[in-house]
Design a protein around this ligand. Structure first.
Ligand code: ADP
Ligand code: NA
Length: 328
């Protein structure tokens, strides 16, 4: 039984927060040996919006170090940088010529990002879904783990692949499927628990970043929104304390009743102190490993180069097949 191939694109933008970790990264780290995983740090996608050169270069390395620190194991996973495998860019030009403009006009993410950055809308931002389709199709991917907001991208990838296959009456591309993983609970903003914790939230105190120091974690949890009831219990009517309890539960693995019993008769202060301790204990080893990777850039570059070397033959094979079919 050959393992199914899973492709994940990772944006080299800033930091990773607790929501990303508990909702996504921790889950796939736990299941990584079940699949043939490809993790691609998508720096070619990052340049569709204005980004400082040094920052882009550093973010790419930081993100690789952070994923490795979270437990990504290169025995099961291929981790590489998109621009290191030039087949992505080459294939992207070719597939631009096989993607009707009408399909791109319908992509909602372009509209959102263009509205947010009216000064800097470029052609790359518009063609972004084609590059993303190529990322996936180059590796004959079976599954693409996505959130709801990314479903449309997997759909257009399938459409592009299907159109090409039927145009040339050949199965050049595997049709990928969106994999909606069971993410468990959604972690909410510490400031406003009706919104999810997100890297795009303008208030940095609304999220715990994986690289936050213990002192910062303590401050953020201390300031986290609760209510005046002073009752440490899960209650959908009280989203603030429930969110903190959910985080605690995901860190400890305890059932709800056990946690409520533990804090019966105690105040939010006691609970927040216990939550802070758990968070620090979970993040400390990740931060220690992160520092080891980031302070040994030669080894880190070596890991990324090896990752690119490992995936490149498949990318080359797909691209060569495409060129042959087209007549290039
Ligand atoms: P962000 O909202 O911070 O931009 P992304 O959209 O880049 O995060 O999501 C990356 C991954 O992390 C996705 O798999 C998503 O489902 C997961 N994720 C993001 N935010 C949360 C959250 N608050 N709770 C649970 N999972 C989350
Ligand atoms: Na997002």
């Amino acid at each position: 039984q050959v393992k199914k191939r899973v492709f994940s694109g990772i944006q080299p933008t800033g930091n990773i927060h607790l929501g990303n970790y508990l909702g996504a990264i921790r889950n796939w780290v736990g299941a990584q040996d079940q699949y043939d995983n490809i993790f691609c740090i998508v720096d070619l996608h990052a340049i569709t919006l204005p980004i400082n050169a040094k920052e882009l270069h550093q973010n790419t390395r930081k993100l690789a170090a952070l994923y490795l620190a979270c437990g990504l194991d290169t025995r099961y996973c291929n981790l590489f940088v998109q621009s290191h495998v030039h087949e992505h860019a080459e294939m992207s030009w070719i597939m631009n010529c096989y993607t009707p403009m009408g399909w791109l006009n319908r992509m909602t993410q372009f509209k959102t990002k263009a509205d947010e950055n009216p000064e800097s809308v470029n052609t790359g931002l518009y063609c972004y879904p084609v590059l993303m389709a190529c990322d996936i199709l180059l590796y004959q991917t079976h599954y693409v783990p996505v959130g709801d907001d990314q479903r449309q991208h997997v759909e257009i990838t399938r459409d592009i692949a299907q159109r090409f296959n039927s145009l040339y009456k050949k199965r050049v591309f595997t049709l990928p499927e969106a994999q909606i993983r069971d993410t468990g609970a959604r972690i909410m903003s510490l400031e406003n628990p009706s919104k999810k914790m997100s890297k795009s939230d303008p208030n940095p105190a609304s999220r715990i970043n994986l690289l936050d120091e213990p002192k910062v974690i303590k401050q953020k949890i201390a300031r986290a929104t609760t209510d005046s009831l002073r009752l440490v219990a899960f209650d959908p009517e009280r989203p603030g304390i429930t969110n903190l309890l959910t985080i605690y539960q995901m860190l400890t693995g305890q059932p709800e009743q056990e946690i409520e019993a533990e804090f019966a008769g105690k105040g939010y202060g006691d609970f927040k102190a216990a939550l802070t301790d758990r968070l620090v204990a979970t993040l400390e080893p990740i931060q220690r490993r992160y520092n080891e990777y980031i302070n040994d850039m030669v080894s880190l570059e070596g890991i990324l180069k090896q990752g690119a070397d490992r995936v490149r033959p498949q990318a080359t094979a797909t691209l060569n097949r495409v060129k042959e079919v087209i007549g290039l």
